[in-house]
Design a binder for this molecule. Structure first.
Ligand SMILES: Cc1cc2nc3c(=O)[nH]c(=O)nc-3n(C[C@H](O)[C@H](O)[C@H](O)COP(=O)(O)OP(=O)(O)OC[C@H]3O[C@@H](n4cnc5c(N)ncnc54)[C@H](O)[C@@H]3O)c2cc1C
Length: 319
């Protein structure tokens, strides 16, 4: 029977919502054990949050100074050791998980199934291919540890329940010294995290400059939304590349997605196909984004967006 280990993503204080989504996916395995691994330094709070996730049968807390920052090179050997007691290791298909899980798979000498979007059976999964334009079913060897990343856009997070027990573990594992933490720079400031935000406002090439992009940022802030961007906007240097939405950026599933001055290229749409409501503002009525938008506004964004911001503020939104 399946025993699943889910690695927790966190910032040392707060459990990232991606962990609740991985747990939701893991529940479909109907496993005997569903344990969350918290690798942290001073991680009691994070472990307590993980223990409250519905469906979790236990939490393993590895509390050590080396886990104060989430360096994949440091975490991977520890996770590889912990995974020895399990049949499955799941993690989020976020930057954190995409950096960490392949290293664990390599250390354990197994492959990885990336971007699981549905569990068919304990070793049979569905995942997207061809930039999300097709879905394939893959089967893994049941005799080996199964390492997988979970496509976050495909799962809602589990809620809370009676806390599961927390076990503190110390590991006798050598961690490599070749990777050193230098600094952490977070973009977006107080804005919600792009991959888990309920609302996202994205801007494209049409904004013209980093200065112009501030208009999109202002709309995002009024709506309490995360900020996103097309690749053209990122490549033009308007915003940092961690805001890119799409095939080679982030795959997101917000309740509301507002695309401002974005044409709707297939590679961009790959990133938002699970968005519930798509609003597009574009001056070209033939722009492909209007084919998928639930609400479309054919307008010059430099006129429409300030008007929208004023109207929202007049109604008390964002004040
Ligand atoms: C392998 C590969 C991977 C890629 N991955 C990604 C990805 O992850 N994400 C991504 O976004 N792209 C990706 N791309 C690039 C993608 O093909 C497009 O080039 C890109 O999405 C275009 O960005 P854009 O819509 O901002 O710019 P454009 O296509 O130039 O569109 C700008 C839009 O703004 C409108 N506009 C102009 N002025 C105004 C105005 N004043 N008011 C209102 N509207 C206006 C125009 O009508 C136009 O529709 C990838 C491409 C390749 C080949």
């Amino acid at each position: 029977m399946a025993r699943v280990l889910v690695v927790a993503e966190h910032d040392g204080k707060r459990l990232d919502p991606s962990t609740a989504k991985c747990v939701r996916c893991a529940l479909d395995l109907k496993a005997d054990a569903l344990v969350v691994a918290v690798l942290a330094h001073g991680g009691d709070d994070v472990a307590a949050q993980a223990a409250r996730l519905a469906g979790v049968t236990g939490v393993v807390l590895v509390d050590a100074p080396q886990n104060a920052v989430p360096l994949a090179a440091t975490l991977a050997p520890q996770l590889a050791a912990l995974a020895g007691d399990f049949t499955h290791l799941f993690g989020p298909s976020s930057t954190f998980g995409k950096d960490l899980l392949p290293r664990v798979a390599a250390l354990r000498g197994v492959g990885q199934i990336s971007d699981v979007l549905a569990v068919v059976a304990p070793h049979v999964f569905r995942r997207p291919i061809h930039a999300g334009n097709a879905v394939t079913t893959v089967e893994a060897d049941p005799e080996r540890l199964l390492v997988a990343t979970v496509r976050l856009a495909s799962y809602a997070g589990v809620g809370e329940a009676t806390p599961a027990p927390i076990e503190r573990r110390s590991l006798d594992v050598a961690v490599p010294g070749h990777t050193r933490f230098v600094a952490r720079r977070e973009s977006g400031g107080a804005r919600p995290e792009l991959m888990t935000a309920r609302r996202v406002v994205s801007g494209g090439r049409a904004l013209g400059s980093a200065e112009g992009f501030k208009l999109v940022a202002e709309l995002a802030d009024v709506l309490g939304a995360a900020l996103g961007a097309s690749r053209a906007a990122v490549d033009s240097g308007f915003v940092a590349n961690d805001l890119q939405v799409g095939q080679t950026g982030k795959i997101i599933a917000p309740e509301l997605y507002i695309a401002v001055g974005i044409s709707g290229a297939i590679q961009h749409m790959t990133g938002i196909k699970d968005a519930r409501t798509i609003v597009a503002i574009n001056k070209d009525p033939e722009a492909p984004i209007f084919e998928v938008a639930d609400i479309g506004l054919v307008a010059d964004l430099f006129k429409a967006v300030p008007e929208l911001i004023s109207a929202l503020r007049a109604q008390g939104v964002g004040s």
